[in-house]
Ligand binder design. Structure first.
Ligand SMILES: [Zn+2]
Length: 492
C-alpha cells in the first residue's frame, strides 16, 4: 500500500509538470543564480537606511518599511496575504519615541570625600531607556542585584533595602538561567519588564539597567525615568564603596541569596521622550498559492521580524537583527515569485512587526493564523542570519523529511558546512518569533548561519550593514529557494 502510494505520488509529481527533468534543472539553476549577494546587500542598505528610522514598530518609519516590503512582494507577483485583501495584519503597538540621548551622571566621591560629577558618555557608556518617561531624576544609588521579587522562590532582592526615592541598579537576567524545570520558575522574572515593574512597586525614583542594550520590550510609566549602562562601568564606579558587584553577582548566582546594598553615591538621569499610546503595528504577509486543488490548502511559511529598536539617541540600524533575516526571505521570495517551476503547496512570507517590543506580531499571527495549524507543514524562522560561513537548521532533525530536502540542496548546490539539531523543550520565557510558534504547536525550524566571521553588535548602533556577510545571505536565500521548491511538492 505504501509502495503504491509512493509510485502514485511520484507519477503525480512528474505528470503534473510539463517540464522535463533537464528543463527543470535549468530553471532551478536560473532561479539559483538570479539570487545575487549584490542585490541582497542593496536590500539590507535600504532596510537599515535613516529613511526607515530603525524600524520601531508603531512609528511612521516602520509603516514606510512595511510598505516598501509589500511593494517588493507585489513586484514579484506575490499576492497580498493579509487582512481585507491587503499585505498587512494590524495590531495595537503603543510606543515611545526617544527624542534625544538625554544624560546619565554619577556623583562619586573624590579624594577629599566631596561628591564630583562623572558624566557617562553616549553611546559608549550608556543608552537611554526605550520606554523611559521624559524628565529628570536624581537620587542615592542602591544596588539591588537582579531586581527580582519572587515570593514562591523565597527570593527578594529588595529585602531589607529602602528603595523609595532612590535610583536602583539592576543586573540583567536572573540568578538561575538553566533550561530546565527550575529555570521555568525563574523565567517570568528575567526580563527588564519585571525589573521595571518591581522597581516601581518598591517606590524607586529611577532605574539603571546594568546591560547596555537597546530594548523596547519594557514598560512605560509616566514620570519614571530609566537608562542602561554596563555592568563593568557600574562596577568601576562602585569600587570606592568597598564592594565589587562582579563578586556579589557571582555570589548571588552561586547561593541564590540576594546581596543588595545602599551606596553613598548618587546618580542623575535625564530623558526626553514622547509617548504614543495610539501606535499601531503590522505584519507584512505575502502569499504564493499552490497549484494543486487539494495541497494548496497546506502551507510552508518563511518568517522573520522586520522591526528593530528605532532611534534611541542615535539610529539603531538593526542590520543583522533582523534586516538580514528579512533580506534572506526577500531573496527567496523574489526567486520563488518569478520562477515558472510548479509548486503544489502554498508558500507564505511573513514579516513580523513588534518582535522587539514583546513578540507582538508573531503572537498575533499564531492567534489569527491564515492557514490552520494542522495545515501548516513547517514554519521556518530567520532571525539574525547574515553573518557566518556555515548553515544550520535548528530543530530540523525533528522534521527529518524537510531537513533531508534542505540538506540535499546544500550538498548538491551550495556546499556549506551543515548543522542540524532536534527541537528541545524550552523552559524559558519565549525570546523569539520561533519560540512563539513552537509554543503554539506549529512545527518550527530556525534557519541559522554558523561560524560568524564578523563582530556581532547586539542591540547596538554599530549593528550596520557593513558588518554583514552578503555571501551567506545569498546562500541562505538560495537554500530557501531550492528547499521550498522541492518541499512544496514532496511527500511530507
Ligand atoms: Zn533583536
Amino acid at each position: 500500500m505504501k509502495r503504491f502510494a509512493l509510485i502514485l505520488s511520484l507519477s503525480l509529481l512528474f505528470s503534473f509538470s510539463s517540464l522535463g527533468a533537464d528543463d527543470r534543472e535549468q530553471e532551478l539553476l536560473k532561479g539559483f543564480h538570479n539570487i545575487s549577494s549584490n542585490t541582497l546587500l542593496g536590500y539590507a542598505q535600504k532596510l537599515t537606511s535613516p529613511e526607515f528610522g530603525g524600524r520601531l514598530t508603531g512609528t511612521p518609519e516602520y509603516r514606510l518599511t512595511a510598505q516598501w516590503v509589500a511593494d517588493r512582494l507585489k513586484e514579484w507577483g506575490i499576492r497580498p496575504g493579509g487582512e481585507g485583501g491587503t499585505y498587512f495584519q494590524e495590531f495595537p503597538a503603543p510606543y515611545t519615541s526617544v527624542d534625544s540621548a538625554g544624560s546619565v551622571v554619577f556623583l562619586v566621591k573624590d579624594g577629599s570625600g566631596a561628591l564630583k560629577e562623572r558624566p557617562l558618555l553616549f553611546p559608549d557608556e550608556y543608552f537611554p531607556g526605550s520606554n523611559s518617561a521624559s524628565g529628570k531624576v536624581e537620587g542615592e544609588v542602591v544596588y539591588v542585584g537582579f531586581g527580582i521579587t519572587a515570593p514562591e522562590l523565597k527570593y527578594d532582592d529588595y529585602r531589607g533595602i529602602t528603595a523609595k526615592g532612590k535610583i536602583v541598579l539592576v543586573e540583567s537576567g536572573s540568578p538561575y538561567e538553566k533550561n530546565d524545570p527550575p529555570g521555568a520558575a525563574w523565567a517570568p522574572y528575567n526580563g527588564t519588564r519585571h525589573k521595571l515593574e518591581n522597581a516601581l512597586r518598591h517606590g524607586a525614583a529611577g532605574l539603571l539597567v546594568l546591560d547596555k542594550v537597546g530594548n523596547p520590550n519594557t514598560l512605560y510609566q509616566p514620570g519614571f525615568v530609566y537608562a542602561h549602562t554596563t555592568h563593568e562601568l557600574a562596577r568601576q564606579l562602585l569600587l570606592p564603596t568597598g564592594k565589587d558587584i562582579q563578586v556579589l553577582k557571582e555570589e548571588i548566582v552561586k547561593t541564590l541569596k540576594p546581596r543588595s546594598f545602599s551606596t553613598s553615591l548618587k546618580a542623575r538621569i535625564t530623558a526626553s521622550t514622547t509617548r504614543h499610546p495610539e501606535g499601531k503595528g503590522c505584519n507584512v504577509v505575502g502569499l504564493l498559492e499552490g497549484s494543486d486543488p487539494e495541497l494548496k490548502g497546506e502551507v510552508l511559511i518563511l518568517g522573520g521580524h522586520l522591526d528593530h529598536l528605532g532611534t534611541i539617541g542615535t539610529l539603531f540600524p538593526g542590520a543583522l537583527d533582523n534586516a538580514s533575516g528579512c533580506v534572506d526571505i526577500l531573496g527567496a521570495a523574489q526567486a520563488l515569485g518569478t520562477s515558472p517551476l510548479p509548486r503544489k503547496r502554498s508558500l507564505l512570507f511573513l514579516f513580523f512587526g513588534g518582535e522587539e517590543s514583546g513578540l507582538l506580531g508573531s503572537t498575533y499571527y499564531t492567534q489569527h493564523p491564515l492557514f490552520p495549524l494542522q495545515k501548516t507543514k513547517i514554519f521556518m524562522n530567520l532571525d539574525m542570519v547574515g553573518n557566518g560561513t556555515g548553515l544550520s537548521l535548528w530543530g530540523g532533525l525533528s522534521y527529518p523529511k524537510i531537513e533531508e530536502i534542505f540538506r540535499k540542496a546544500n550538498d548538491r548546490y551550495i556546499h556549506r558546512p551543515w548543522r542540524a539539531s532536534q527541537n528541545r523543550p524550552s523552559y524559558g520565557r519565549p525570546r523569539s518569533d520561533g519560540a512563539v510558534f513552537s509554543r503554539a504547536g506549529f512545527p518550527t525550524i530556525g534557519v541559522g548561519a554558523t561560524d560568524t566571521v564578523k563582530p556581532i553588535y547586539y542591540h547596538d548602533p554599530r549593528d550596520t550593514w557593513q558588518e554583514l556577510t552578503p555571501e551567506i545571505m545569498e546562500d541562505v536565500s538560495r537554500l530557501l529557494f531550492l528547499g521550498l521548491t522541492e518541499a512544496a511538492n514532496a511527500d511530507l
